[in-house]
Design a protein around this ligand. Structure first.
Ligand code: MIG
Length: 685
């Protein structure tokens, strides 16, 4: 049951794809207040749980903190933050009553979830214009599905994007790129793609290639493709201000950049120095910006990542000028506590200053809008620009696309990565917890930088992180310039990392199948235990175990020097302690709490009763993974059935029933396949 309420005159965000009639009267479950700001509150029962908000800090149960939807380039994903790169204004309250709420507004929204008062939740809108949707259902999963149906089908990447991907800010030349790929291939470390960060561009200009560093860019893309490796370049939001640079000149000529009150282009500083922002909220400008991706598509590229699109602002030109004046005035003075604070404050005020959002405008179909009013849409619309262009330019082919900033609705055009995490054990756990929250709001193709972006990784952290990421759809190792090099071939225990990677390629048929079924059915791929085991009183407390697809529960080791971990089983399960594709042991555990050993080279997987995990024999790239023979780990009580989805991984005929194969395994280990005929080796658990 979905109800829609309109407040003021909301901006059409296109988050929602279904037209539903508006309800009259009050928003159910919430008390409305029209104070200084429009707000809605409700009491929380002591046992109520609150889920949602997509990409944000803290737990899966969001209770006990205040969060803010204001997309920001925040490199510190610590507990004291309130916003990261995204605005995902969807929550589900589960308690005496179960309901969901989606606040569709592109301005800033705050969520006080038991922060000011332990037992109260208040949602406050900075601008009182919004469409608010309320969902009622029997359980969280029903509500999520209602919401997901409302916002439309999630983006589906090409199959190769489920392989292992290597990235680092700091690969500068063709030689760098070839070498990284060669090191993977030579050491039999599976790989499907390699990333280009900002250094491939000519002076950080979007849609250009630095021909000194990469003189044979097209050939490199082609050579690597022959080696089954896809090259994925970064695109930044800001367009460099430079005479003679075609993208800049065209944008100026046609008025496609965001402008200030007086009509001149708004100038910010980012990587290239001064930039203008493409006005992606203006449909014509969006189309134009999307067309630019063609330059790289024509060079053979078939994947992109959109960065800095909160948009990140190092400085606004006018503020920089005034700060420089303020600082100059301090020259020669004996700075004390107060004046030094002034100095530091002035410098700190430069980046991502919300006041700057009021200085520039978008030319939207609903008229001119201050950026501040629509701030949270920028990353979404930049990625939409690309997604719409891909539909026009290569309608029958999937292109890999993911973004840093996002809003609900963008999930139809691309995935996201979780931004600049650090090489911290805590961040591995944080990224794990984000997965189900992101799935709730439609983002299925997601993942965090494996090994951590900032700070120096340790070998054991990388190993544990790789194990944790075995089921993350976007499995990418990425790190920042200046940090310890963290490609898998840099470490002593290469065998563990290699075996883990081969396990990933073994898992691909299951992972892809579960991802596709979740995408096509508007369901969650990663679920917290409490969503499935709704009657289990302990399950809501478990935030370091997740269900990955329908058959498997994962329980990674999240602490340094951990030699195992406590695992909670809401029902009897069969464990696979996996060291490599052909080295593992198995055991059954009854429901309850268990301490289970897991050495550094071991990953714990749990198979649910009457479910199975199908595994290929592995491969060194996705096309090398064959499915004519598979191994089946089946935990059969009476009869285990698996619906296996597979397709060519490139085309878009997703709903063809040909893609489904039904595998049934009986208690004696005999099996049948309906659909494709595959040879199975059954291992009863
Ligand atoms: O402010 O392009 O999150 O993945 O390597 C840094 C350089 C800009 C931030 C991205 C990160 C990327 C980096 N970018």
């Amino acid at each position: 049951m979905i109800r829609k309420y309109i407040f003021g005159s909301p901006f059409q965000t296109d988050a929602v794809v279904c037209d539903i009639p508006c309800s009259q009267g009050d928003v159910p479950h919430m008390k409305q207040e029209n104070g200084e700001n429009l707000s809605f509150s409700c009491q929380l029962g002591s046992a109520d749980e609150v889920y949602g908000l997509g990409e944000n800090v803290r737990g899966i149960n969001k209770r006990g903190w205040r969060y803010c939807s204001c997309c920001v380039d925040e490199p510190n994903h610590t507990e004291d933050r309130q916003s990261l790169y995204a605005a995902h204004n969807f929550l589900v309250v589960r308690g005496q009553t179960c309901f969901g709420i989606f606040v569709d507004t592109p301005g800033v929204v705050t969520f006080d979830i038991g922060y000011t008062h332990l037992d109260e939740m208040t949602i406050t809108l900075v601008y009182p214009d919004a469409a608010i949707y309320v969902f009622e259902g029997m359980c969280v999963l029903d509500i999520v599905k209602e919401f997901r149906t409302l916002i439309g089908r999630s983006y589906i990447p090409p199959k190769w994007a489920f392989g292992f991907q290597q990235s680092r800010w700091g690969y500068k030349t063709e030689e760098d790129i070839y070498r990284v790929v060669k090191m993977h291939r030579e050491n039999h470390l599976p790989l499907d793609s390699i990333y280009l960060d900002i250094d491939y561009m000519e002076r950080y200009k979007d849609f250009t290639v630095d021909r000194e560093r990469m003189p044979h860019f097209e050939k490199m893309v082609q050579d690597l493709k022959e080696d089954h490796v896809h090259v994925v370049p970064i695109i930044d939001a800001g367009v460099k201000v430079e005479e003679g640079y075609a993208v800049y000149e065209e944008g100026i000529e046609n008025g496609y950049f965001c402008k200030e009150e007086d009509g001149k282009e708004f100038t910010a500083g980012v990587w290239p120095g001064r930039v203008h922002f493409p006005d992606v909220l203006n449909p014509e400008a969006r189309k134009w910006f999307g067309e630019q991706y063609r330059v790289l598509l024509d060079m053979g590229v078939d994947g992109f990542w959109n960065d800095m699109n909160e948009p990140s602002i190092f400085y606004a030109q006018d503020r920089l000028d005034s700060v420089i004046d303020q600082i100059a005035a301090l020259k020669g003075r004996n700075l004390n506590l107060e004046t030094f604070e002034q100095f530091m404050g002035a410098v700190r005020s430069l980046s991502d200053n919300r006041e700057d959002y009021q200085k520039f405008y978008h030319q939207t179909p609903e008229g001119r809008m201050s950026h501040d009013r629509v701030h949270n849409l920028f990353g979404y619309y930049m990625t939409r620009a690309a997604g719409e262009a891909f539909e026009r330019l290569c309608p029958d082919r999937r292109i890999l696309m993911f973004s840093r900033s996002s809003y609900v609705g963008m999930h139809r055009y691309g995935g996201i990565w979780m931004g600049d995490n650090k090489s911290w054990w805590q961040h591995m756990l944080l990224n794990y917890k984000m997965q189900p929250s992101l799935n709730m709001v439609g983002f299925l193709y997601t993942g965090g930088d494996i090994g951590g972006f900032g700070a120096d990784v340790t070998e054991d952290l990388l190993i544990r992180w790789m194990q944790m990421a075995l089921f993350m759809p976007l499995m990418r190792n990425h790190s920042a310039m200046g940090t310890r090099q963290q490609e898998v071939y840099r470490f002593d225990n290469q065998k563990i990392l290699r075996d883990t990677l081969h396990v990933r390629y073994g898992l691909l048929p299951y992972l892809y199948s579960e991802f596709m079924k979740a995408a096509l059915g508007d369901e969650m791929y990663f679920k917290p235990l409490s969503f499935l085991y709704t009657e289990d009183a302990y399950a809501p407390q478990v935030e370091d175990q997740l269900l990955a697809g329908d058959s498997v529960m994962t329980a990674p080791v999240f602490v340094q020097n951990g030699k195992g971990r406590y695992v909670y089983l809401p029902e009897e399960m069969a464990m696979i302690r996996m060291r490599s594709l052909d080295d593992y042991d198995t055991d059954r555990y009854p429901a309850g709490h268990h301490y289970i050993e897991a050495g550094l080279n071991e990953t714990l997987l749990f198979v649910r009763p009457d479910k199975m995990l199908i595994m290929s024999d592995g491969g060194e790239y996705t096309e090398d993974v064959h499915t004519d023979h598979m191994k089946v780990f089946a935990f059969v009580k009476t009869n285990a059935v698996y619906e296996w989805y597979d397709d060519d991984g490139m085309g878009k005929k997703y709903d063809d029933p040909e893609h489904m194969t039904k595998i049934t395994v009986a208690a004696d280990g005999t099996y049948t396949c309906e659909g494709r005929n595959i040879r199975l080796t059954v291992e009863l658990l």
